[in-house]
Design a binder for this molecule. Structure first.
Ligand code: GDP
Length: 197
């Protein structure tokens, strides 16, 4: 899929203030600093669309973008950063889970994972929760430019091994680098294949 336009629509913290659910929607989520804003900007060819966060956890909103005037791309707040209160975290969990579980046009959630790190409990728990709730998702490994091809292979195998403790098979996954500009075609083709289906 070629990106011909990408525009910001609205940011909010409430499901009922999101745009009318009349278009296919794909959301991106992951731990703060995983490279989500950079990946979104790389995917849509606009280095300023999603705000890259200097301070982890700064972007606490559901951000809607309209792509090719046809589908919504959603930038969800990062999770798992330390500098926040319990109260804030509870609020986050509520509005994100409302969005994930109730957004009727959400066709796939891309869960971003830093390819350099061993599997993190917070991500594994989150994906287990998605599985229990029947939310369709796939994994996007980020920052693969930081790894040699041997290391990349090793890390992905280790991740798969970890996932197979809970999952019957490894979910669909993508390897990306926004710095190295690799991996977006596979994601866009995947989105296109769901849009057409
Ligand atoms: P977010 O908090 O998940 O939105 O992450 P950002 O997109 O703001 O990126 C966090 C940090 O990781 C920044 O310092 C980025 O420059 C860096 N980063 C993001 N993507 C990549 C990548 O593909 N490769 C490398 N080497 N660094 C990246």
């Amino acid at each position: 899929m070629k990106i011909t336009s990408a525009e910001f629509v609205i940011s909010n913290t409430k499901l009922d203030l999101c745009p009318k659910p009349d278009k296919a929607e794909y959301a991106f989520i992951g731990r703060s600093n995983v490279g989500k804003s950079s990946l979104i900007n790389y995917i849509v060819n606009n280095k300023n669309l999603a705000k890259t966060s200097g301070r982890p956890g700064k972007t606490q909103l559901i951000n809607h973008f309209i792509i090719n005037e046809e589908w919504y791309l959603v930038d969800l707040p990062g999770y798992g950063y330390a500098q926040t209160s319990k109260k804030n975290r509870a609020k986050w969990e509520q509005f994100i889970s409302d969005y994930i579980l109730q957004r009727e046009n959400l066709l796939n959630l891309f869960v971003l994972i830093d390819s350099r790190l061993p599997a993190q409990k917070i991500d594994l728990d989150f994906m287990e929760w998605l599985g229990e709730k029947g939310v369709p998702f796939s994994i996007v490994f980020t920052k693969i430019d930081k790894l040699s091809s041997t290391q990349k292979h090793k890390n992905l195998m280790a991740y798969k091994k970890e996932m197979l403790k809970y999952w019957e098979e490894m979910p669909i996954n993508f390897s990306t680098s926004s710095s190295g500009k690799t991996g977006k075609e596979a994601i866009l083709n995947y989105i296109e294949s769901i849009n057409i289906a």
